[in-house]
Ligand binder design. Structure first.
Ligand SMILES: [Zn+2]
Length: 295
């Protein structure tokens, strides 16, 4: 059976050996706060070495067929073109850096690097028997991630789709106007409501506070718009929703808005499902994507 290693860097660096779409043995987590903070100040070569160390440790001497790594940002051909959360990675070829660190230890397994939302989409497909179809996932966290499976060439920065033409919509972390992340992102919500935390916005809306009620409608309509745009480009299908702010989502309201935006009959048949964020799912997805690249 094919054996691969998946790595995610989303919450913390985690690595696992994957066989048959499952993690074999234990996930290896590097989650101490000091380590995570250290990552932010670390040059790209240091991050690559840290990832390589985790790969070698979790492999425990057994070789694998492929290695997949999920990183935040726009990743093309192993190169990190943009990475707002780990800025020092911009311009780094992480595939080459991790491969070089592994070569030093006598390893030559092929390394693949993916966007961290794409590995979540692949992990959900792999663990739910859906490797034969199109899977998309929205991750609602500090930013808004958009993952797609099966992996294919492209940018797929769905969180930065323009969903509003209102010039006052300027809260996106990238600086672009009218972006989905500028409405739904945790950071953007804090900028918009300087007097309220995002949790309080949703609580106040429950109690009928007019300003918060209006915003919560906008929040759902924005996700509906992003989803409707994706449906009009790639068709209907399954949309998973994950990330720590997914708990605020009212799927009925989301469905109502999407149904107002998607009217063509061949485009019906989209389904939403909220799933908890899982490190294991991301590790499996990274490993499965890497293996599939060699089939
Ligand atoms: Zn943006």
């Amino acid at each position: 059976m094919s054996r691969s290693i998946g790595v995610t860097t989303a919450e913390h660096i985690a690595a696992g050996v994957v066989e048959g779409n499952q993690v074999v043995g234990k996930l290896r987590l590097l989650q101490e706060d000091s380590e995570t903070d250290a990552l932010h100040g670390m040059p790209s070569a240091g991050i690559a070495q840290t990832i390589a160390d985790q790969i070698l440790a979790v492999a425990a001497g057994d070789k694998v067929d492929a290695i997949g790594i999920g990183l935040p940002g726009i990743i093309r051909d192993g190169l990190v073109e943009e990475s707002p959360n780990l800025r020092q990675l911009k311009g780094a070829n992480m595939r080459e850096l991790v491969s070089a660190a592994l070569n030093q230890a006598g390893w030559n397994a092929p390394v693949h690097v993916y966007n961290d939302a794409d590995v979540v989409a692949a992990g959900l497909a792999a663990t739910r028997g859906q490797l034969d179809r199109l899977i998309r996932v929205w991750t609602l966290g500090h930013g808004i991630g958009f993952g797609i499976y099966p992996w294919h060439e492209g940018i797929w920065e769905g969180g930065h789709m323009a969903v509003s033409l209102d010039p006052r919509e300027k809260y996106c972390g990238c600086g672009g106007r009218g972006h989905l992340e500028g409405i739904m992102g945790h950071r953007a919500m804090r900028l918009r409501f300087l007097d309220l935390e995002p949790e309080e916005i949703f609580e106040n809306a429950q109690r009928g506070d007019a300003r918060c009620v209006e915003f919560v409608k906008l929040w759902h309509a924005a996700l509906a718009a992003g989803t409707a745009n994706s449906i009009h480009l790639a068709g209907p299908g399954k949309f998973y929703i994950s990330g720590f702010n997914a708990r605020h989502l009212d799927v009925n309201l989301l469905n109502q808005y999407v149904s107002e935006m998607v009217k063509m009959s061949p485009l019906q048949g989209y389904v939403f499902e909220i799933v908890p964020a899982s490190t294991e799912i991301a590790v499996i997805g990274a490993a499965v994507n890497a293996l599939r690249a060699h089939q």
